[in-house]
Design a protein. Sequence first.
Length: 150
Amino acid sequence: MSNAQIAKLLRNIAAAYTIKDEQKFRFQIIAYQKAADAIANSSSEVRDLLKEAKLDTLPGIGPTIKSHLEELFKTGRVKHFEWVLKNVPPSVFSLIEVPSFGPKKAYRLVKEFNLNNKDSVIDQVLKLAKAGKIAKLDGFGEKSQKDIIR
């Protein structure tokens, strides 16, 4: 797994925490975002840092995230990440890659319109916006809809 893939995974964990309860998990959100940034900007590969027992030399990598990354490389999965990502459709993570969407907005659209295909969710949202269906949702409005169409 590359640093870019790990950083994306950690950003998705932060996004899932935001969706679950931004206030309750605010420290976890910050920690996962910082760790993602540190890994994305590292000149060393996480895999190599783990082998050399130097992962905690990266700023933003504390003992908890370090142990999760060790589990990821040993088993290919992290039980804690599975729990965090549970009930968050994968299409949400495709949608948050679009600059105008944060985790909560993306989740709301995915749930409201049952947009569960991660490969076509962006096209589906564009079609909904062009059909005038997004502006009707609370918290979106005409401006949000126009931003999507652009």
